[in-house]
Ligand binder design. Structure first.
Ligand SMILES: [Zn+2]
Length: 252
């Protein structure tokens, strides 16, 4: 099923309009927002889906408004945890089967990819019995909140502070959503030949994503996955996405 997904970065802008770092590492050098935005970007790039609040320009209530003004089927906000624990956990809307399924899948995938404890899928409620997190409670689409790892755990920080760790975490989230939401097209692993003079490689599946390079006439490339519509293909070399329009490419 073709689902419209949006990956959201947690924190970045405070209620008063200033900078909101979110949680910080024990030495104060690493900020939750700055790490979460890179993880979120890798997840969105992997899925070829929307990415919100990368620049930290939206306060929580702005993010909720932006979600509700769009027509997403599913949103996931990315955070890092703090408070002396360890491992990964994912919160979902109380009673949502899709929430439980996706939250369980993400916690499992992050746990195995980064070799951290799996704290599992969780529900957190207010005293009045409603969901605690506003991004989960007040958004129309199914929403989850991913507490990737603990920023105040030095072992987990040593991995997640690196670009490699952020990429592995983001792609683990992408894989888990692809599987649990069924967004992956069964068709994977084919080759194409470029017939256009040149073709932009984009950071996601659509012309709205920024160009990150080009492929040229006569080149052949492996495609590792397509978007749900089969209109865009992800280059197996990891550089990004190209259009699969038959005006520009031929399948081999
Ligand atoms: Zn947070």
């Amino acid at each position: 099923m073709d689902k419209k997904i949006c990956i959201i970065v947690g924190h970045g802008k405070s209620k008063s309009g200033g900078y909101d770092s979110g949680a910080v590492s024990r030495d104060g050098r690493y900020h939750e927002f700055r790490i979460a935005k890179e993880i979120a970007k890798y997840a969105a790039d992997y899925l070829g889906c929307s990415l919100m609040n990368y620049d930290g320009d939206l306060y929580l209530t702005d993010r909720i408004k932006a979600v509700n003004a769009a027509d997403y089927d599913f949103v996931a906000e990315i955070h890092l945890n703090a408070g002396g624990g360890k491992g990964t956990e994912v919160f979902y809307y109380n009673g949502s089967p899709t929430g439980l399924k996706t939250a369980t899948a993400i916690a499992e995938e992050i746990s195995s990819e980064l070799n951290v404890r799996n704290r599992g899928a969780k529900v957190r409620l207010n005293d009045n019995g409603r969901d605690y997190f506003a991004i989960i409670r007040d958004t129309k689409p199914t929403a989850i909140l991913v507490e990737t790892v603990f920023i105040d755990n030095d072992e987990e920080l040593s991995v997640i502070k690196t670009a490699d760790g952020q990429k592995r975490c983001g792609e683990a989230i992408g894989r888990a959503l692809e599987k649990s939401l069924g967004t992956a097209k069964a068709e994977t692993g084919f080759r194409v030949k470029i017939n256009a003079k040149s073709l932009y490689i984009r950071s996601g599946a659509g012309t709205g994503y920024k160009s990150v390079g080009i492929v040229k006439n006569g080149e052949t490339h492996s495609i590792s996955a397509t978007d749900a519509a089969g209109a865009w293909g992800r280059l197996a070399d990891g550089r990004g996405w190209i259009s699969l329009n038959s005006k520009y490419i031929g399948r081999l």
